[in-house]
Design a protein around this ligand. Structure first.
Ligand SMILES: Cc1ncc(COP(=O)(O)O)c(C=O)c1O
Length: 344
């Protein structure tokens, strides 16, 4: 049976060049990058080569990239690390949006239990954060504002540059979960005005188990895992095999014309939506087609049970998701669609 994989926001297959790079690394090396001998030195060189590639895709300095095990850990390090450090100085106010990835929302819950006040910014019916609400809710002691670049369920793109502008002269750190944006939109950290940015390898044809957190030099934060690696902010021997794959995947992005590729994918998606709409006129669209990731289409089939549709499509060889990959195993309605005012 021919299989059609339509779940690229959950994960992507390894690019052949990434696979080759990983194989070459595994065949030739095994050193611990913290070792002082030549085996360690070669591993260190590979790690720093990967760091340079990651830094380049977001126009950051190599020294501002911390490697993590993925987007979830990068988000946790940003939210808990910055939050707890600011909390010690009495700044315990955080702003976010209700449509963030569960890895953000769970960390915010942790901080709430530690006495932080977390407020959520209003979004419109397209799932876009309302900037005037940010201006209204921003307080002198706000420690952190965290808003994602693009939503993993609907693809809605947020006004990150405008948020960065609003926060420019404020002491709050601005964190952006750009896991879904990487490779699909411009992510220049200086142009966007972000202080922290989370990235993940397996969304860009790299391996699972690698990610990064961009941390602007001025940011003060505590580690989650103490240790000497990654400037003392993320202890533990690096997952070298995944890191070199991540570096190669970023290298491939640097060679690509992202805008041209997005136009090609957008045409495919819009054509697919039109064809579906003709065949099933009752479907409802949850993706704002004109300001969303080109690859994402979120559709509602009123009165059709999501799980039954998913399994029927799977039987036919077509893989889709019902929501975020982390929560799509559950039967509860999507928190993103609920926040947008959609009723199940
Ligand atoms: C927006 C967003 N943030 C964070 C993550 C978590 O990334 P990882 O799977 O690398 O832990 C995901 C994964 O689906 C995501 O879509």
């Amino acid at each position: 049976m021919r299989q059609v994989y339509l779940d690229y926001n959950s994960t992507t297959p390894l690019a052949p060049k990434v696979k080759k790079k990983i194989e070459e690394y595994m065949n030739g090396q095994f050193g611990n990058p913290s070792s002082l001998h030549s085996f360690g030195l070669r591993a260190r060189e590979e790690r720093e080569w990967a760091r340079e590639k990651v830094a380049q895709v977001i126009s950051a300095k190599d020294s501002e990239i911390l490697f993590t095990s993925g987007g979830t850990e990068a988000n946790a390090l940003a939210i808990l690390g910055v939050g707890r450090k600011a909390g010690k100085e009495g700044r315990k106010h955080i702003l976010s949006s209700p449509i963030e990835h569960p890895s953000i929302l769970k960390c915010l819950e942790v901080l709430q239990k530690e006495g932080f006040q977390v407020e959520f910014l209003r979004i419109n019916q397209d799932g876009v954060v309302q900037l005037e609400d940010l201006e209204k809710k921003l307080l002198p002691h706000t420690a952190l504002v965290t808003v994602m670049a693009a939503n993993n369920e609907t693809g809605a793109i947020q006004a990150i540059q405008e948020i960065g502008r609003i926060l420019k002269d404020h002491s709050a750190c601005f964190h952006c979960d750009a896991v879904q944006g990487l490779g699909k939109m411009d992510l220049d950290v200086n142009m966007l005005g972000v202080d922290l940015m989370s990235l993940s390898s397996h969304k860009i044809y790299g391996p699972m188990g690698a990610g990064a957190l961009y941390v602007r030099k001025s940011v003060k934060m505590d580690p989650l895992i103490p240790g000497h690696q990654e400037k003392g902010l993320r202890g533990g021997t690096e997952n070298m095999i995944s890191l070199v794959g991540f570096g190669e995947a970023c290298g491939l992005l640097l060679e690509k014309d992202i805008h041209k590729e997005q136009r090609r994918i957008r045409d495919l998606r819009d054509g697919f939506y039109q064809a579906l709409k003709e065949r099933f006129p009752f479907i409802r669209l949850n993706t704002p087609l004109d300001h969303s990731l080109a690859n994402t289409l979120n559709l509602e089939f009123p009165r059709w049970e999501g799980e039954r549709l998913l399994f029927a499509l799977d039987m036919a060889g077509i893989a889709v998701s019902l929501g975020s990959a982390c929560s799509s195993g559950s039967l509860s309605p999507s928190h993103v669609l609920t926040a947008m005012g959609r009723t199940p």
